[in-house]
Design a protein around this ligand. Structure first.
Ligand code: NAD
Ligand code: UD1
Length: 340
């Protein structure tokens, strides 16, 4: 059934790819974003790639009046809520900004939804809510809570707020999607991750080394209890991740309640394996040197994605080579990101 989906944060990295997948699945979308970490150019390219037009509202999720006006103008069936700040280090320096933007902003959004009678939401959560897991792979019923920074605590608190909302009003249909490590880009090389300043995350950093913008990769720690001593993560292609959102919205149509799904591949790769895979995919060297561990990092983290496969009929299909090739295509065609 065709639905009209509000996508907050739709101009961002995961949001822009998700816009494309909803359009490809035949749904209508409305994008809401204050562009604090993205550009209009990404949406222009989503329109170019999809051949479809859609409304864009440039506003902040903390702006209740803007949200109310949107819900009056468009008959929204479901909301995908990506809008938020995501830099872990910055969240430690500016906790109030993060709590205001990510928690107060989410509350304002949910209030506006409730007032408009729109009670279906998919929330972008993160594997960070599991903290340092006692074992891997991580299942959805593992304990949550040992978060180490305001960014991660914000994700957990919004999950809990949504849980309480569902208890207060059983009509809510809520999906908490816990992403592992999103990487890669759309096949076209027209949209991708465009971090501002020096990237914190591994894949964009490696891509900037390969393209010659940075000299070498610092590998944060080679004394972890992992096969090669470097950190192991579950990297998932952003297009697989985006498709998981379409499946989640379609599944929520089946009935109310709160559902939690891990979106990961179930495979873990080390930092050194990632650098080597990227060299192979790009044909460019990725020199690296070992450096001390980064505060707050864990040794290893990967998903048990079986629940999403069973309940959503969704499975990540794109492997590591494709993740690296697609990141490289985006990076080499757009060495300065969307700035051109
Ligand atoms: P992104 O920064 O590219 O996208 C977020 C978008 O939200 C941006 O376009 C930004 O301009 C917008 N935004 C931020 N605050 C806003 C506000 N107050 N009002 C309106 N718009 C606002 O980040 P992303 O990587 O696409 O992440 C999307 C979501 O997924 C975030 O909630 C993030 O925390 C979550 N997530 C990301 C990762 C990851 O590794 N990228 C992992 C787990 C969870
Ligand atoms: C980080 C965040 C997490 C967030 C996720 C997505 C921390 C502690 N965790 O996860 O909360 O949900 O990003 O935004 O910041 N690495 C290097 N050199 C680099 C960069 C990374 O060796 O220059 C290593 C890290 O130590 C880690 C792996 O690469 O072992 C992946 O790092 P990263 O991409 O930052 O993701 P996470 O730390 O898993």
């Amino acid at each position: 059934m065709k639905q009209t989906i509000l996508i907050t944060g739709g101009a961002g990295y995961i949001g822009s790819h998700t816009c494309l997948e909803f359009l490809a699945a035949g749904h209508d979308i409305v994008v809401f974003d204050n562009l604090c970490n993205s550009s209009l150019e990404s949406l222009r390219r989503v329109k170019e790639l999809s051949g479809r037009e859609f409304p864009f509202v440039a506003a902040d999720i903390r702006d209740r009046a803007a949200l109310d006006a949107l819900f009056k103008t468009y008959a929204i069936d479901a909301v995908i809520h990506f809008a938020g700040l995501k830099a872990v280090g910055e969240s430690v320096e500016k906790p109030l900004l993060y709590y205001d933007n990510n928690i107060a902003g989410s509350i304002t959004l949910f209030e506006a939804m409730q007032a408009a009678g729109v009670k279906t939401v998919v929330f972008s959560s993160s594997a960070t809510v599991y903290g340092d897991p006692a074992s891997v792979p991580i299942r959805e019923d593992f304990p949550v809570g040992a978060t180490t920074n305001p960014y991660g605590r914000g994700k957990l608190i919004v999950e809990q707020i949504l849980g309480d909302l569902a208890i207060s009003d059983p009509e809510w249909r809520i999906a908490l999607l816990r992403y592992f490590n999103p990487v890669g880009a759309h096949k076209s090389g027209r949209i991708g991750e465009d971090p501002r300043g020096i990237p914190n995350n591994l894949m964009p950093y490696i891509a900037q080394v390969a393209v010659g913008r940075r000299e070498y990769l610092n590998v944060w720690g080679n004394d972890y209890p992992t096969p090669d001593g470097t950190g192991v993560r579950d990297y998932i292609h952003v297009v697989d991740l985006a498709q998981g959102h379409v499946k989640a919205v379609e599944k929520l149509a089946a009935g109310p309640g709160v559902r939690i799904w891990n979106l990961g591949t179930g495979c873990g790769y080390s930092v050194v394996e990632m650098a080597q895979a990227f060299e192979k995919a790009s044909g460019h060297p990725v020199p690296y040197q070992f450096a001390p561990r980064r505060a707050g990092d864990i040794a290893q983290c990967w998903a048990d994605p079986a629940l999403a496969e069973r309940e959503l009929g969704w499975k990540a299909r794109r492997g590591l080579d494709e993740m690296c090739e697609d990141t490289w295509r985006w990076q080499s065609l757009n060495p300065q990101g969307f700035e051109e």
